[in-house]
Design a protein around this ligand. Structure first.
Ligand code: GRF
Length: 193
């Protein structure tokens, strides 16, 4: 069985979309894959309860209880590796990862970013797209490399930026597409593993 471990920090709607797709599309039978665990760096992440309700193992590795990035990541890697993952999917995981962590999961670490990369790496993507007068915005599923929001692009979806959009209305429009492309990109990749 190919195990998927999903890392979250907040609401976990992308994680939930992946879990839903795995169930509806019967990934266990068809792809020999399952979401084995959901791990959060924040104890209050709403997604944790959601995952637990779906019968998925959950864990918290709270970055605040470690003296620095390296010990935090060591504990995080231990929690992840307990599930021997074929894929590790970052889904709204709001910690910058060291090159050592990224190298440890080379080729099996994915992220979803709420912009049409390579445009708008980093934070505040929706406001920046509005401020630049972009007519299209979107989301990107990519492999994670040591450089923030870089790495091979696996899937993208575009949405229009509409007159009067705020960062919030645009984010909501982009998020509906994230929920489609992230599960699809993961399923596509699983077929090649
Ligand atoms: C998404 O927009 C994702 O692209 C970004 O953070 C947000 C997380 O949302 N990295 P959720 O936790 O999946 O609901």
């Amino acid at each position: 069985m190919k195990n998927i471990v999903i890392l979250i920090s907040g609401s976990g709607s992308n994680m939930a979309a992946i879990v839903r797709a795995a169930g509806r599309q019967r990934w266990a039978e068809r792809l020999n894959a399952r979401v084995a665990a959901v791990i959060s760096n924040r104890p209050d992440a709403r997604g944790l309860q959601l995952a637990a309700n779906a019968g998925i193992a959950t864990a918290v590795v709270d970055h605040k209880s470690f003296a620095g990035r390296e010990p935090f990541e060591a504990a995080l890697m231990q929690a992840i590796d307990a599930h021997a993952p074929a894929l590790v999917a970052l889904a709204g995981f709001m910690r910058i990862l060291t090159p050592g962590f990224v190298a440890h999961y080379a080729g099996r670490l994915l992220n979803i970013h709420p912009s049409l990369l390579p445009a708008f790496a980093g934070l505040h993507t929706h406001q920046r797209a509005i401020d630049e007068g972009c007519k299209l915005a979107g989301a990107t599923v990519h492999r994670v490399t040591a450089e923030l929001d870089h790495g091979d692009i696996l899937a993208q979806a575009a949405v229009p930026v509409l007159p009067g959009d705020t960062a919030e209305t645009l984010a909501a429009r982009v998020l509906t597409q994230e929920h489609l492309i992230y599960p699809r990109a993961i399923a596509d990749l699983l077929r090649t593993l």
